[in-house]
Design a protein around this ligand. Structure first.
Ligand SMILES: Cc1ncc(COP(=O)(O)O)c(C=O)c1O
Length: 370
């Protein structure tokens, strides 16, 4: 058997299941013969893409016969200015997902340890297993990262610790104080991977501004254009770290990993401050409206700083998610996260939020039947 076969077998054997994305709108329309379907299942931007990004995309189409800039030069310069960091402390990925894979490839050899929380973003554990890492899983406490327990799980062979901040699927965050306590005395060979895919939504005063730590320690901070910037379909994310860590990740990067349309749109979206402000405002209003309605329905949910809510529905949760689908509302059923009593709902436009609540009330009244 070749090395390739062995790797493929190991990947399937060790990761068990592959990642199951949210159900696409078209699939639900076709299967359930529904005209109008809304998707509140993948934490995408309710307002669509940034208008500036769309204009930049149109302009970029005339160069589609060219390979993309392998260094993402224009996007890199724009992002470096925006973040006030050096251009060589940035790396771009085909979504921030790809940066997770690059970090594992660059820093973790088979048998070395990776520490993850549970439940959290599923890709960390799936991809760590594919990389042949030994994964130490630390349970959340009250739906929050337990950084004290995660630090206790770190050993001399721990290469990476993944922290989603804010976390998906809970929507909670670790505070500056908690993070600083975690970082104090952490072995220097352990790289802390701060996944900030929902960074732009957070308004909490005690949320850590991690770019302050990047220069002095082994830390990679990643952010995404898929959420607040509304570009999930194009797949762009970026990482910020010391140039030596960036160089190591760059060495395992595919040369043309970020396509030219994605680069153009992302650079334009970074400058679309009005769109970002509207996104934040609509999201905060929607979150207030939804949580007030859930309070009225006496349903428990996890307080969230993001654009989604984890709602406890008890044993009927999967049935209710199916029933909501028949009303044309796609939400996330949570058994893959071992949270089978919950659903996760992305905060939508005001009309989408109203439609979700109306459908939920009907389904609750019918006991999850329809
Ligand atoms: C915590 C977290 N990290 C990373 C990602 C991946 O985002 P991207 O679309 O940039 O790959 C997601 C997407 O849902 C996420 O929830």
């Amino acid at each position: 058997m070749t090395t390739i076969d062995l790797r493929a077998r190991r990947a399937v054997r060790t990761s068990g299941a592959s990642y199951k994305p949210g159900t696409p709108i078209e699939e639900v329309q076709r299967k359930l013969k529904l005209k109008s379907v809304i998707k509140l299942a993948s934490n995408e931007n309710a307002l669509g893409p940034s208008p500036r990004a769309i204009a930049a995309l149109r302009r970029a189409t005339s160069s589609l016969h060219r390979y993309p800039d392998a260094t993402c030069r224009a996007l890199r310069e724009q992002a470096a200015k925006h973040l006030r960091v050096a251009p060589d402390s940035l790396i771009f990925g085909n979504g921030s997902d790809e940066l997770i894979v690059m970090a594992l490839r660059a820093f973790v050899d088979p048998g070395e340890e990776v520490v993850v929380a549970s439940p959290t973003f599923l890709i960390y554990e799936l991809q760590a297993k594919v990389a042949g890492a030994s994964v130490r899983v630390v349970p959340l406490r009250d739906y929050r990262y337990d950084l004290v327990a995660m630090k206790a799980a770190v050993t001399p062979s721990t290469k990476l610790v993944f922290i989603a901040n804010p976390d998906n699927p809970t929507g909670t965050y670790v505070t500056k104080t908690e993070l600083e306590e975690f970082l104090r005395g952490l072995p220097s060979q352990t790289i802390v991977f701060m996944d900030e895919a929902y960074y732009e939504f957070v308004e909490a005063k005690d949320y850590p501004q991690t770019l302050r730590y990047v220069a002095d320690r082994s830390m990679i901070v990643t952010r995404s254009f898929s959420k607040a910037y509304g570009l999930a379909g194009l797949r762009v994310g970026y990482g910020i770290a010391q140039p030596s860590l960036i160089a190591a990740m760059d060495a395992v990067r595919e040369p043309f990993n970020v396509n030219s349309l994605a680069q153009a749109a992302a650079a334009a979206a970074l400058g679309d401050h009005a769109f970002l402000a509207r996104t934040r405002r609509v999201n905060a209003q929607g979150r207030r409206m939804l949580t007030a309605a859930l309070d009225e329905l006496r349903l428990r949910y996890v307080p969230s700083v993001t654009n989604f809510l984890l709602i406890e529905l008890g044993p009927r949760a999967a049935l209710l998610a199916q029933a909501l689908l028949r009303h044309g509302v796609i939400v996330r059923e949570m058994s893959a996260w071992k949270l089978s009593g919950c659903i996760r709902v992305t905060i939508g436009t005001p009309a989408e939020n109203r439609r979700f609540l109306t459908a939920l009330k009907v389904c609750l009244r019918n006991g999850g039947g329809s």
